[in-house]
Write a protein that binds this ligand. Structure first.
Ligand code: NDP
Length: 452
């Protein structure tokens, strides 16, 4: 049986679904192929369930803080099986919504594994699908071979399906996933040790956030092991043994492998259309999301550039508009806000101070570093840190960095102003909203230093 489509999309994650629906809205005949669950990483085993577990974890802080505000509570107790059941119901509900959205948009869902057989030809089981345009949106998955023996350890995929939490855990890595899961495991009562090869966590983030993130993790009771990753992980008697360079071999009942993600390109049949993935397994694309093969495009994590759900969605819609909407456009990835939902959260938009300094920019650096009202009232130690990087000439705000309660919500709103090119003078003209933490971003009067 053979079917011909204007657009065939491989992967029904956030990017693939967005592209399919937008293309169908422009009148294209579209099919999307999915080998697993509709919704992809974000909905099924990433952003959504992670945040739902983070909400559960945050109650520990809330219970503690409540006492400082006059509340008396019994001994709180977290039951992972109840969370797991509610999470499963919620991801099922969201998957159904995604399926309905596809059907409502007249996008055909083809369930099975896609294998490209040549230009415009994709096999799914016994069906051969033909397409004028092919979009690869197959996402990424955890790297499972970064350290000898790590393949037997859990990744975030398995952790989010746990029904019983371990008493203690080693987390390997210090990127988004490592810090988010280290924070939430610790709040859920797991003793966490974090092993990472750099001196500070969150490589690529502003140094002032990295130092404060490390301090916050430590203050929460997470044991930090900077400059220390296992040479190998051995498995014995239900324990995972970390073989370290200094010959120590600590054992843990649970190890979380948070050493990065790899694009899903293996087994796709890319060689049949002349696409060669790069060293990290990613599909190279140009600004119009074109691959090296004619009429073949790629978006989102499979391209391994800015691995964030909203980027994949924006790229999917831009591509569909370009191909079928008569409105060719590309997505500007030069200013993309992002957040690490650790506790307290980190959020950022724009380059780091070091990156701007290295580019020769002349900057005024503004900072606020304070204990928020809520913490001060209860004698808490958690702080809030905010930084604005401003062009010395012209006063344009180039970047905002924050670690502290509500940082993602605050930076998301600031991202509008910064993307629009707001200047520090415009921040200064903005009347503060009091009492908030966010108001500090419009109350920074004198730079703490000048760069360049
Ligand atoms: P990251 O790239 O953020 O972090 C990977 C970590 O693994 C780094 O600390 C890295 O160390 C370490 N690492 C890599 N290889 C090895 C190795 N061989 N031995 C020891 N350590 C190693 O990847 P994540 O998997 O955490 O997240 C993947 C992407 O998904 C993120 O970059 C982000 O784009 C996205 N994401 C976004 C989230 C959000 O928006 N909140 C949440 C989760 C993921 P080093 O720094 O030294 O290289």
């Amino acid at each position: 049986m053979s079917d011909t489509y204007d657009l065939l999309v491989i992967g029904a994650g956030s990017g693939g679904v967005a592209a399919s629906r937008r293309a169908a809205a422009h009148g294209a005949k579209v099919a999307v192929v999915e080998a697993s669950r509709v919704g992809g990483t974000c909905v099924i085993r990433g952003c959504v369930p992670k945040k739902l577990l983070m909400y559960a974890a945050q109650f520990r802080d809330a219970f503690h803080e409540a006492a400082g505000f006059g509340w008396s509570l019994g001994q709180p107790h977290f039951e992972m099986p109840r969370w797991a059941a509610a999470k499963a119901a919620e991801t099922d509900r969201l998957e159904q919504i995604y399926r309905q959205m596809l059907a409502g948009s007249k996008v055909e869902l083809v369930e099975g594994r896609a294998c490209i057989e040549g230009p415009g030809r994709v096999r799914v089981g016994d069906r051969l699908l033909q397409a004028r345009h092919l979009l690869i949106a197959s996402g990424a998955q955890p790297v499972r071979d970064s350290i000898p023996g790590i393949e037997g350890c859990a990744t975030s995929d398995e952790l989010l399906d746990l029904h019983v939490l371990p008493a203690s855990a080693a987390v390997i890595g210090s990127g988004f996933i490592a810090l988010e899961f280290a924070s939430l495991l610790q709040r859920l009562g797991v003793r966490v040790s974090l092993f990472y090869r750099a001196g500070l966590p969150l490589r690529g983030f502003d140094e002032d956030l990295r130092t404060r993130a490390a301090a916050a993790l430590q203050a929460a009771g997470i044991e930090l092991h900077p400059g220390c990753v296992p040479r190998a992980i051995q498995h014995a008697d239900g324990q995972r043994l970390l073989v370290l360079d200094d010959e120590r071999v600590p054992g843990f009942p649970f190890v979380l492998n948070a050493t990065g993600r790899r694009p899903n390109t293996a087994g796709l049949g890319l060689e049949t259309i002349g696409i060669t993935p790069d060293a990290r397994g990613a599909i190279p694309v140009d600004a119009q999301l074109r691959t090296s093969a004619a009429n073949v495009y790629a978006i989102g994590d499979v391209t391994h550039r800015v691995n964030l759900t909203p980027v994949a969605i924006a790229e999917g819609r831009a591509l569909a508009d370009s191909l079928f909407g008569g409105a060719p456009r590309s997505v500007d990835l030069s200013l993309v806000a992002s957040a690490v939902f650790m506790l307290p959260p980190v959020a950022t938009i724009g380059p780091t101070e070091a990156e701007l300094a290295a580019s020769g920019a002349k900057l005024a650096v503004f900072e606020a570093d304070f204990r928020p009202m809520k913490q001060a009232f209860i004698g808490g130690t958690e702080r809030c840190y905010m930084k604005l990087l401003v062009d010395a000439a012209g006063g344009r705000v180039r970047a905002a960095h924050m670690i502290g309660a509500d940082a993602p919500e605050i930076i998301q709103s600031l991202a509008v102003a910064i993307t629009a090119g707001a200047t520090k003078a415009q921040f200064d003209r903005t009347i503060a909203m009091h009492p908030t933490a966010a108001e500090e971003f419009v109350l920074m009067r004198e730079p703490v230093r000048r760069v360049g």
